[in-house]
Design a binder for this molecule. Structure first.
Ligand code: DMJ
Length: 630
């Protein structure tokens, strides 16, 4: 400062330093900085400093989806757990934390190639994702299976209290009978149709159908979790081996987005969550990616058909409207695809569907069955809780439950829709049977499809979270609808229910034409029995379920598997020669659960997708961790 006052003196810099002095000073400074950073990275015990100085690690993808949908701010990633994920527990083993697979013990966690933009960005930042291995078809994302399993509130396979107390109990014998039926259905399929989509028990061969775009093995994938749950260990291993060795995704046909999602994706996701086996996670994600072109429409509402041929969009090649039950039944599986892959795209797709449905005007609060994926308008005003509409409503209440009761939007949409259904579609017949009719622009068809019989279970499931003054009402409504569906079985000669039944001209809960009199091994009625049993423990539901078991044995069991029948009103019905994959996924699973303790796949921990594949509830804790990772 003094020097500035000396006349004729021009300082070398504003700090009063000459150039060489400044250079030396800067050199010293940069040396100091380099030394500090070197210490930060190289010295031991520097992690605290790192945390202080470095940017926080990227939040785990997928977590924010759950949080956002739940209306919470995304939670921060926690420290990784000290131990690798455990081996897949064998059926019957419930404590995954007590084991570690030899493969994982040896090689540590399996991490592979990034799949989505977010994954790539994470990998580029060097955040725990190493380079891909040649030929690795894996998905580079670490899902902490160990942490996920530790958050379940019940052992997956339950405590089986009834067995220890009453080894020869009737209910145990009933459960064993259902298990034997599953074993027979599986072994028949394996013997005559292994690897095909479904078994034809009369002709003793396999059937591929045209719903799956060239994918095979629908029965294998649909059976995995049922075999696991029933502790059919050998059969489960057979199914798993087929998935590992023979389930190929390089197909190029046109597939139903809905069917592939609920059966294949749902089945693979459940198999992964039950066992921790990577093969199921990887195949689910890879297959999920193949479904994405279906969403490439002007509104993002997917078309029903997706072409697996690369470069061809589903919406350009199929008809003009999308079906509510189809595009409305993706939410559960797609959130789990994001959860298990870290790829946000799956959650974004279903979040967009929700947005479109939230915004669009609903006639009287009802959701019509057809929507244009181009204009985003309803195509006609046909409303049904049966086919075409059914699982859309189911997925609303289950989204709420699966989110750990944080997805308020789904909850509100569900109860609003149910109110409208009650107001405009619900009826009581002159004979006192409660039923949900179908609505065509204000005119009612007084009929219920077999498919609509799932609604007893759904309303029971949703009753507990309704407004207090409505809870008892919904419980009673669920019981009444389930009773009506039971009547549709009880009023037939076979004690199995028709595809559709009417409430017209003094005839109630019966089909009025042969074309509606068939039974194709559908699950919806026993599904409702299972939920009502869990809710009420009224023995009537087990009695009704047992009637179904006896009827299936009498009329549907053939020498080489189970078959649907063409007329439930004939005591000598013809068979339709098809053992539907959903018979193994759903009908037998729900029957088995009906004769089991409530903690076997507890409803506190699991929601069932519409093909009865269990998907875990998000048990995040108060510190903001979401399920499956720290
Ligand atoms: C199953 O594939 C699913 O339950 C679907 O939601 C409706 N149809 C069949 C069973 O009937």
């Amino acid at each position: 400062m003094l020097m500035r006052k000396v006349p004729g003196f021009v300082p070398a810099s504003p700090w009063g330093l000459r150039l060489p002095q400044k250079f030396l000073f800067l050199l010293f400074l940069s040396g100091l900085v380099t030394l500090c950073f070197g210490a930060l990275f190289l010295l031991p015990h520097s992690s605290r400093l790192k945390r202080l100085f470095l940017a926080p690690r990227t939040q785990q993808p997928g977590l924010e989806v759950v949080a956002e949908i739940a209306g919470h701010a995304p939670a921060r990633e926690q420290e990784p757990p000290p131990n690798p994920a455990p081996a897949a527990p064998a059926p019957g083993e419930d404590d995954p934390s007590s084991r570690a697979s030899p493969r994982r013990r040896k090689g540590g966690l399996r991490r592979t190639r990034p799949t989505g933009p977010r994954e790539e960005a994470t990998a580029a930042r060097g955040n725990s994702i190493p380079a891909s291995r040649p030929g690795d078809e894996g998905v580079s994302f670490h899902f902490d299976f160990n942490a996920f399993r530790s958050r379940l509130r019940h052992p997956v396979l339950g405590m089986r209290a009834d067995e220890s107390q009453e080894p020869q109990s009737r209910v145990r014998a009933q459960r064993e009978k259902v298990k034997e039926m599953m074993q027979f259905a599986w072994q028949s399929y394996k013997r005559y149709a292994m690897g095909k989509n479904e078994l034809r028990p009369l002709t003793k061969d396999g059937y591929e159908g045209n719903m799956f775009g060239g994918l095979s093995g629908a029965t294998v994938i649909d059976s995995l979790d049922t075999l696991y749950l029933m502790e059919l260990k050998e059969e489960f291993q057979e199914a798993k081996a087929w998935v590992e060795e023979s389930f190929h995704l390089n197909v190029s046909g046109e597939a139903s987005l809905f069917e592939v999602n609920i059966r294949y994706i749902g089945g693979l996701l459940s198999a992964f969550y039950l066992t921790g086996e990577e093969v199921f996670r990887i195949k689910a994600i890879r297959l999920g990616e193949k479904l994405l072109p279906a969403f490439n429409t002007p509104t993002g509402i997917p078309k029903g058909v997706v072409s697996f041929k690369s470069g061809s969009w589903g919406w350009a090649t199929a008809g003009s409207s999308s079906i509510l039950a189809e595009f409305g039944s993706l939410h559960l599986e797609f959130l789990h695809l994001t959860e298990l892959s870290g790829n946000q795209v799956f959650a974004e797709k279903v979040r967009n569907i929700r947005k479109v449905l939230r915004k669009i005007e609903k006639p009287f609060g009802l959701y019509p069955n057809f929507l244009s994926p181009v204009s985003g308008n309803w195509v006609q005003h046909h409303v049904s809780v049966g086919g075409l509409g059914d699982s859309f409503y189911e997925y609303l209440i289950k989204s709420w439950l699966m989110s750990g009761k944080t997805d308020m939007e789904a909850k509100n949409m569900y109860y609003e829709a149910l109110e409208a259904i009650e107001t405009y579609l619900l009826n009581v017949s002159p004979g006192g049977l409660t039923y949900i009719a179908e609505w065509r622009g204000g005119i009612l068809d007084h009929k219920m499809g077999h498919l609509a019989c799932f609604s007893g279970g759904m309303i029971a499931l949703g009753a507990e979270d309704a407004k207090e003054e409505k809870r008892a009402h919904y419980r009673e409504l669920a019981a009444q609808i389930t009773k009506t569906c039971h009547e549709s079985y009880a009023r037939s000669d076979t004690k199995l229910g028709p595809e559709a039944f009417w409430f017209n001209s003094g005839r109630e809960a019966v089909a009025t034409q042969l074309s509606e009199s068939y039974y194709i091994l559908r699950p919806e009625v026993v599904e409702s029995y299972m939920y009502l049993w869990r809710q009420t423990h009224n023995p009537i539901y087990r009695e009704w379920g047992w009637e179904v078991v006896l009827a299936l044995e009498k009329y549907c069991r053939t020498e080489a598997g189970f078959s649907g029948i063409q007329d439930v009103y004939s005591s000598t019905p013809s068979h339709d020669n098809k053992q539907q994959s959903f018979f193994l996924a759903e009908t037998l699973k729900y029957l088995y659960l009906l004769f089991s303790e409530d903690d076997l796949l507890s409803l506190e921990d699991w929601v069932f997708n519409t093909e009865a594949h269990p998907l875990p509830v998000n048990h995040s804790d108060s510190s903001g961790r979401a399920w499956g990772r720290h």
